[in-house]
Design a binder for this molecule. Structure first.
Ligand code: HEM
Length: 167
């Protein structure tokens, strides 16, 4: 009987640990839901906002929007577009691949329904691209979140916010 109890407790703990590891961390701010989890050398992200336009996350600006590593996405019908951008100025950004960098992400899924856009993707913690942030588990990271009411990535956000997380 004792053995069964010990085994049950062990299994319960194991399942709890495993499910905690597979779950996302979550923050919600300005109507934007930002979820993240680290899987090996990758950061997996789920981003959701009340818009049919673009949604985006940015990491570690030096000032305002400058020098941040952005992943910007929109859903247009069946097509999900995800782009890697870099903060070229306080209020500007450019596609990494237009300024000597590379696209560093793996799109998992994207959807637009009932006025909400959601995308899920992974990005390397350290892509080796100068236009991307170098992230490590446990780091304190400044995260920018924004969305616009249009798909066009040159359209300014209708809402934006920033927060600090511990990876
Ligand atoms: C075409 C795209 C974008 C344009 C034209 C744009 C433009 C601007 C402008 C003019 C400001 C200063 C005025 C204000 O506070 O509203 C600003 C601030 C800001 N933007 Fe953007 N932005 C763009 C994309 C993004 C993206 C993708 C993010 C984050 C994922 C972002 C996050 C922010 C934040 C957090 C601020 C406030 C910065 C501060 O005051 O410290 N922006 N943006």
């Amino acid at each position: 009987m004792k053995k069964v109890t010990v085994l049950s407790v062990f299994l319960f703990l194991l399942i709890s640990i495993l499910s905690a590891q597979s779950g996302y961390n979550k923050r919600e701010q300005s109507g934007i839901s930002f979820e993240w989890k680290i899987i090996g050398s990758q950061l997996q992200i789920r981003l959701s906002a009340p818009t049919e336009g673009w949604i985006a996350v940015g990491f570690n600006p030096s000032r305002m929007m400058k020098d941040a590593d952005y992943k910007m996405a929109y859903v247009d019908g069946d097509v999900v577009v995800l782009e890697d951008h870099f903060g070229t100025g306080n209020i500007s950004h450019k596609k990494d691949s237009d300024i000597g960098g590379t696209d560093d992400f793996q799109l998992i899924s994207g959807s637009e329904s009932n006025g909400t856009t959601t995308v899920e993707f992974t990005m390397p913690l350290n892509s080796g691209d100068e236009m991307d942030s170098v992230l490590s588990p446990g780091d304190e990271v400044k995260v920018l979140l924004a969305y616009a009411n249009r798909d066009s990535l040159s359209r300014k956000h209708s809402r934006r916010t920033s927060l600090i997380i511990n990876l």
